[in-house]
Design a protein around this ligand. Structure first.
Ligand SMILES: [Zn+2]
Length: 112
């Protein structure tokens, strides 16, 4: 059982640089669209912090899988609306189970 991490992996100077880099890759991979709702994400909002910004979401939450915090395959770029609507409720519904959380998030992306 690993120690749960407290500090967000994208916090601090190094973390935010990593987030920006990953957001750019995800943005290109996803064709500039939200992974969940497929709506276009304005380039200026990709991976930035703030209310309207797109969020680099961890499919498997970083608290549960800190080892995957910077793994591209564990990340998705989602709009702020989807992050607010889906991610928190999924993580609450499957609290503590990183695989169930990832599966539930991946299903949302495939419904569209
Ligand atoms: Zn969305």
């Amino acid at each position: 059982m690993g120690r749960l991490s407290d500090q967000h992996p994208f916090s601090g100077r190094n973390g935010s640089a990593a987030r920006d880099r990953l957001a750019s890759v995800l943005y290109a991979q996803q064709g500039g669209k939200c992974r969940m709702c497929s709506r276009p994400i304005p380039p200026s909002l990709r991976g930035k912090t703030g209310k309207r910004a797109a969020v680099v979401d961890h499919l498997r939450p970083w608290r549960l899988r800190p080892d995957l915090a910077f793994e591209l395959t564990n990340l998705g770029l989602v709009c702020a609306g989807c992050h607010f609507t889906h991610c928190a409720s999924i993580e609450a519904a499957h609290a503590g189970d990183a695989e169930l959380i990832a599966q539930a998030k991946e299903r949302i992306g495939q419904e569209w």
